[in-house]
Design a protein around this ligand. Sequence first.
Ligand code: ASP
Length: 347
Amino acid sequence: MATYVHMFLLPVCIIVVFRIVSCTDHLLPLVINTWQFSNATAKAWDVISKDGSALDAVEQGCSVCEVQQCDGSVGYGGSPDENGETTLDAMIMDGITHDVGSVADLRRVKTAISVARSVMEYTQHTLLVGDQATQFAIEMGFKEEDLHTNKSRQMWQDWKKGNCQPNYRQNVTPDPKKSCGPYKPNKARKIKLSKEQRYNKEVGEGNHDTIGMVVIDSMGNVAGGTSTNGANHKVPGRVGDSPIAGAGAYVDNTIGGAAATGDGGVMMRFLPTYQVVESMGSGVDPTSACKLAINRITKYYPNFSGALVAANLSGMYGAACHGFSTFHYSIRSPGMANVTVEAVPCS
Ligand code: ASP
């Protein structure tokens, strides 16, 4: 397989070497994902090392995080919503066909990215949501089970005891900065909030994360995916960027792919992973492409926090971030003996 990989890469490297940098230590195949979720990276690498497809690698890699509850922000038992329930968002995208399968606000099923893959493979739809997504999952043979854990119950009880702080409500009565609901809308609907006020700084590194992964397999095929339990104490029914193609992840077999993590409520308004892939398609290197997409968001939301990872078909990869001090991501490519965690300073 190694010979095959090098045969595949050689022409790409010759083209790229003049335009960007030497790609000798950035070969394909490649796995890149958000955060220090190295077990997920290792699983995806294992799949492609055994000639598995990029799609299988993304599904199995992200599944590791769902089982291991990476950072408490992926899989069951994390980020209880205002009612104390954990709900899951996930997507998978095939760079060959541009087929996408997603689930959002999935309830009582742990294996969100596999359900997303079933949406892609057993329906002509892209996105199923809420209890109907659960119903579909059960029809497809997935197990219905409780996603609560002692930890998620405790988190929710502590939040209730602390007057439901922080939360994501605004322009409602009683004052959401001081009290729990139920809330009613304020009469004056058009309250203009400043750029800073329109962003909830409580949405920091500590209370949400996503595994967002891009894999380029030994055939040069690209796939991407995400899985998350969203934002802590979200309003029930809230869906973030992760299950939205172009927001949580985006891939194109002729270019490469990108994946996101961070405040999805803000990030999904900009389709940043679509922008990254499009920029890379016009010759921008992955790191610069990620920076451009982050900069577009900060123009409108200077206090948002989030990060992007990207890789292109030459095996170049990069990341950019805003609002955290540093962002870590995990990577494996043939020049590395093991999964490597790299860090970028954030703007
Ligand atoms: N993007 C995810 C969401 O907003 C959370 C995260 O990645 O931090 O649901």
